[in-house]
Design a protein. Structure first.
Length: 258
């Protein structure tokens, strides 16, 4: 089973890119971030006419996440537990058919400017994510947390790490919170298969970042132990970043054995 995470940066603005990607790459399951659409206005036919089941957790103009799957989606939940006052649409979970796999799609807060309330929200959100991950790992089921984490875990995950030293994506507290997810039992799927530097999932639209490969890796698959046992491969698909009117992110894939 092949699964992908893709920050689409506006489902309506990238409808052509998303449709082309689904036709050419054909994921079994995909999680999308930054759909930037309320549920009622989401272009469902774009997904469903291609044979996918679809669940969304949308918000007008920004944020928003979705899961699409060739297999039925069960036990769908929306919103990250731990803060009932949080109205931002950044998290969705679902069981994938009868595979036993639970997929959690997330769009972690950016956190800039830091320090400040936006950065406090980011760190609080990451702690809530850790608590949710602990609860799911305790169930001893295969779980995959996928999405735009807005965290550069290590210097090798940026072409120019010094340029990000004061950014919320690379501050020590952000990286430490990401490591806490790993030390509690989640595995960075890409690094299980590809420890080398120079692998990026985001390139800014400005300053020729993509032609220069001036990128960062902020889109991740974190797998529970039982999901990691199923991992056969993980890779970054760079081609969609070079299409016309692309997202500034590109898909990141995992392949899991049945």
């Amino acid at each position: 089973m092949k699964l992908a995470t893709f920050n689409i940066n506006g489902v309506k603005a990238r409808a052509e890119v998303l449709g082309r990607w689904l036709d050419t790459s054909a994921p079994d399951v995909a999680v999308l971030q930054e759909i930037k659409s309320v549920d009622e206005a989401f272009p469902r036919a774009l997904i469903e006419d291609r044979g996918y089941h679809l669940e969304t957790h949308g918000q007008k103009g920004f944020n928003g996440v979705a899961i699409l799957s060739k297999l039925p989606l069960h036990d769908v939940t929306r919103g990250l537990p731990g803060d009932e006052s949080d109205e931002q649409a950044r998290y969705i979970e679902a069981d994938i058919g009868e595979t036993g796999l639970r997929v959690c799609g997330l769009y972690l807060p950016n956190g800039n400017p830091a320090p400040g309330p936006k950065y406090d929200y980011k760190l609080g959100w990451m702690e809530r994510l850790r608590a949710r991950a602990a609860a799911l790992i305790a169930r001893e089921i295969p779980v995959a947390f996928a999405g735009d984490y807005n965290v550069i875990p290590q210097p090798e995950d940026a072409a120019r790490p010094d340029a990000w030293r004061e950014d919320a994506l690379f501050l020590p507290q952000s990286r430490a919170a990401f490591r806490r997810l790993e030390t509690m039992g989640l595995y960075d799927a890409l690094r299980l298969r590809h420890p080398e530097p120079g692998l990026y999932s985001f390139w800014d639209y400005q300053a020729g970042a993509r032609p220069k490969n001036d990128g960062i890796r902020i889109d991740h698959w974190l797998l529970s132990p039982k999901a990691a046992d199923r991992l056969t491969d993980c890779w970054i698909e760079t081609a969609p970043r070079d299409w016309e009117k692309p997202s500034d992110h590109t898909p990141v894939w995992v392949e899991l054995a049945a």
